[in-house]
Design a protein around this ligand. Sequence first.
Ligand SMILES: Nc1ncnc2c1ncn2[C@@H]1O[C@H](COP(=O)(O)OP(=O)(O)OP(=O)(O)O)[C@@H](O)[C@H]1O
Ligand SMILES: [Mg+2]
Length: 569
Amino acid sequence: MSVLRVSGSLVEVAPMPGVAMYDVVLLGPDRLPGEVVEIGDRRLTVQAYEDTGGLAPGAAAAPQGAPLSARLGPHLLGAVFDGLLRPLSSAGPWLVPGAAALGAGDEGRWDFTPSARPGATAAPGDELGTVATAAPVPVRVLVPPGVAGAVTELAAGPVGAAARVAVVGGTPVPLTTTWPVRRPRPYAQRLGAAAGLHTGQRVLDLLFPVARGSSAAVPGGFGTGKTVLLQQIAKWCDADVIVYVGCGERGNEMADVVADLAALEDPRTGRRLSDRTVVIANTSNMPMMAREASIYTGVTVAEYFRDMGLHVVVIADSTSRWAEALREFASRTGTLPAEEGYPAGLASALAAFYERAGDVVTLGGRRGSVTIVGAVSPAGGDMTEPVTAHTQRFVRAVWLLDRDLAYARHYPAVAWAGSFSRDAEPLAAWHAERGDPGWARRRERVTALLADADRLTALADLVGLGALPGAERVVLLAGRLLREAVLQQSALNPNDAHCSPAKGAALLDAVLAVVDRCDALVAAGTPAAALEATDFGVLVRAARETDPDDVDGVGERLAETLALLGEPA
Ligand SMILES: Nc1ncnc2c1ncn2[C@@H]1O[C@H](COP(=O)(O)OP(=O)(O)OP(=O)(O)O)[C@@H](O)[C@H]1O
Ligand SMILES: [Mg+2]
């Protein structure tokens, strides 16, 4: 088989029997990877994942007999990869064409501790043993899907990544496994939203929560804080493993993510946060076509850890850059474009991606989840553009970033009016079980106060603040305090970068207690202007001046503020 014609990233290759759609073909002396995208009578069309400069007709083309697959193993944790899951050097996310052949990396040696019994019968998903890594989570070696039978051989001690650790039903099971990235890994049963994912960001945890196994999108115009918010979630959410996919974003930001994660201490273990993180980088300076694969690669890695009974969060920044790759690809192959040049399959591609989120019972009977959080960058902030519009249909939560809030330096700039969470209702029961029965009522009251305050702000602009009755001026004050003392959260302040559930609830309760007191004071005749002139600095600074878990510190500041206001006469 050989190359007939090269046109940009599209390469026409002489036909060969047995080659199937989406199979990987390695092209030329550099063995550039590509994917079969069209099969004709006289030629195959291969979409190269990399720059085809230097590739000429006559060059060899080697079909690999399988679609793009990810090599899954303990080597993933703590490392940085490109969109095809080839290791990138930690010197910075560089990509050298064909530098590492697909799936042939050196994944090192690992200490394998068997847990299965030789002679026992094993089924898909059953644990054969565990591998020691720097990560605080158990890395289990499982019987792969489709393999079952008696365990006739079982290794112990150091083994190479590609070496077999067991023979099950006559099939050798290697330490690392491979899986085609576009195909979801199987599970036994899908469960509904049952437990919350704590993100550490108050506006999300208190107003727009997501369940483990859910999906959330972060649409926001240029510079509204998408990347910072996603990085905060990656650093502080209570997942076992984080898969961070940098998709078409700035290379220096990716380098920052990698450096930050390595520098941060895991609050749960005291070890490096990066030990339980997998970074997949396909930055704007890297080839466009591998970007399309990187999203699927990321979810496949997440499903691999999910199957071990772990809770995994996939962060994708940005899905819009991924959709651009789909568009570019469609225009090159001459696919009939639909909305704004995107291929007609855009909606189903987005749906298929977010569908891979889920809280499941694994084949081996464990409980694991994949939660997906994707940034969306609508051009010009236009929320009706196709990627944003379709994404909103397929996710459980939308955290909409508002340009005006970002301009006013209200971070995270999550709009309380345009954001939503379909998980809020099911999670109320979960909060109640965990000892916070007031969670749903608190959330309702805050949502109503914020909406009322927005409405009254518009009114006050029209008629003047002085024309509003005292009770309504308290609502405006309440809105201000909620925004400044609770919803704003500085990513840069070590006390405030993340917030425990208890401290978040305490802050919100503190503001509501102050609002109640103000209501009582106004009802008893205190002029609203006197309340508006009160210095609420102690309360507003409480989040930043107390530790991430300091509930008592918040209580002290509430007492101080109430004393300042005094009792109603
Ligand atoms: N939570 C936060 N705390 C403090 N500063 C923030 C926060 N969120 C955003 N910022 C500020 O806003 C700037 C832009 O944020 P960011 O890069 O995340 O935006 P973006 O939406 O990802 O932009 P782009 O559209 O270019 O990808 C940051 O450099 C930072 O200064
Ligand atoms: Mg960004």
